[in-house]
Every structure is written in structure tokens, then in C-alpha cells.
Design a protein around this ligand. Structure first.
Ligand code: GRF
Length: 206
């Protein structure tokens, strides 16, 4: 296998998506590896998940910085020091500035628990549930300067059944996320994504 894609993962909480990515990276043929995990919250369980796998994990709290710019400068420095090729937002609960996004242009991926452009922002699962949708889903997209507006890489629908509850829907969505996010990372790492405007074309594996 050629050189593995180096991932820097930003988290804020539980880290179940981080776990799915770490597990995927454990497979011999997976073309990426997690170089470091950064949480803006010291209590994030995601940090423990990373350390358990022997991955460098640190806390960079936005509260310790006088401005968003200085907070992001620290993130950028840590990601650059680790020579990451791709930045992964796995439940990272801070909005990134256009400056940060431009620094890693086209190299930041996010997972969103709805079929974008429906229900952007936080609480997407609950909002879709309250709206009474019959179908919702998961989106993995490239991060641009807007909120959940970047070009879509993969989407998968989740159909609500008659006995669905908010809790069961959350479970279904998370299990799709845990499959779809590593799949999108694989496509990126294998150089199979080509963008034409907003549209992602997925090429054959070389
Ligand atoms: C996921 O539902 C993801 O779609 C959203 O934040 C949640 C993070 O969950 N962006 P976890 O920390 O990966 O468990």
C-alpha cells in the first residue's frame, strides 16, 4: 500500500465516530491513520478512546484563548506539526472560521446526522423527528465556509418505521454514520474524489 493518509480528528464529546474511524484504521488495507485527536473539551470521552488506541490526544480549550483566531492558530499549529493530510470533524462543536477553512481548503470532512440541505446545524436528528419526516439520513461532506453547506461526498437515507422513537432513530442514524464516515475517508485517501463545482465524482480505485 502507498503512504497512508494522515488524519487529524477534532472532537468535543462522546467520540463514537472517532471510534468507528479508529477501528477502520485498524484494518491492514485501510488507507488512512489517525495521527492526533484534539478536543476543545477536557471531559470528552473521545480522548479516552484515542488514548486506548495509543493515539496522541490533547485538549485545546477555546476558553483558554482570548479570541477565536488565537484558538484556531493553536489548532492549525498542532495539525501542521502532525503533518495531517485531512482534518476530520467528528462531533466538533465549534464553528470554524473562514480563515481556518481556507487553510485546509478541500481537506476538512464533516459528518452530519441528516440529509443536507435539510436540517443543518445542531440538533438535526431531533429537528427532523419533530418535523415528522418519514425519511432522514446521514451526509458526509467537505467543509466550506458555511454551516453544513459544503460539497456532498456520500449520503444515505434512513427510513422511519411505524414504531420509531427519537431514541431508536438516533441509534439508526449513528450506526449509519459509523459506516459512512470511514467510507468517505477511504475515498478521499485513495484519491478517488474529483469535484466539479458542488458535485463529487467518485472514481475507480487506481
Ligand atoms: C454525530 O451525530 C455527528 O453527526 C454530529 O455530532 C455527533 C457526534 O457524535 N456532527 P460522536 O461524538 O461521534 O459520538
Amino acid at each position: 500500500m502507498t503512504k497512508r493518509c494522515r488524519l487529524g480528528v477534532l472532537v468535543s464529546g462522546n467520540g463514537s465516530n472517532l471510534q468507528a474511524i479508529l477501528d477502520a484504521c485498524g484494518a491492514k488495507d485501510f488507507p488512512a491513520q489517525v495521527q492526533l485527536v484534539i478536543s476543545n473539551k477536557a471531559e470528552a470521552f473521545a480522548l479516552e478512546r484515542a488514548r486506548k488506541k495509543g493515539v496522541a490526544a490533547s485538549v485545546v480549550s477555546h476558553r483558554d484563548f482570548p479570541s477565536r483566531e488565537s484558538f484556531e492558530d493553536r489548532l492549525i499549529a498542532a495539525l501542521e506539526d502532525a503533518k495531517v493530510d485531512l482534518v476530520i470533524l467528528a462531533g466538533f462543536m465549534r464553528v470554524l472560521s473562514p480563515r481556518f477553512v481556507r487553510h485546509f481548503a478541500g481537506r476538512i470532512l464533516n459528518v452530519h446526522p441528516a440529509l443536507l440541505p435539510s436540517f443543518p446545524g445542531t440538533h438535526a436528528i431531533e429537528q427532523a423527528w419533530n418535523y415528522g419526516v418519514r425519511v432522514t439520513g446521514v451526509t458526509v461532506h467537505v467543509v466550506d465556509e458555511g454551516t453544513d453547506t459544503g460539497p456532498i461526498i456520500l449520503q444515505e437515507p434512513v427510513v422511519l418505521d411505524a414504531k420509531e422513537t427519537l431514541e431508536s432513530l438516533e441509534e439508526k442514524i449513528h450506526s449509519v454514520e459509523h459506516r459512512l464516515f470511514p467510507e468517505a475517508i477511504r475515498l478521499f485517501a485513495e484519491g478517488r474524489l474529483k469535484f466539479e463545482g458542488r458535485r463529487a465524482h467518485i472514481g475507480e480505485h487506481a
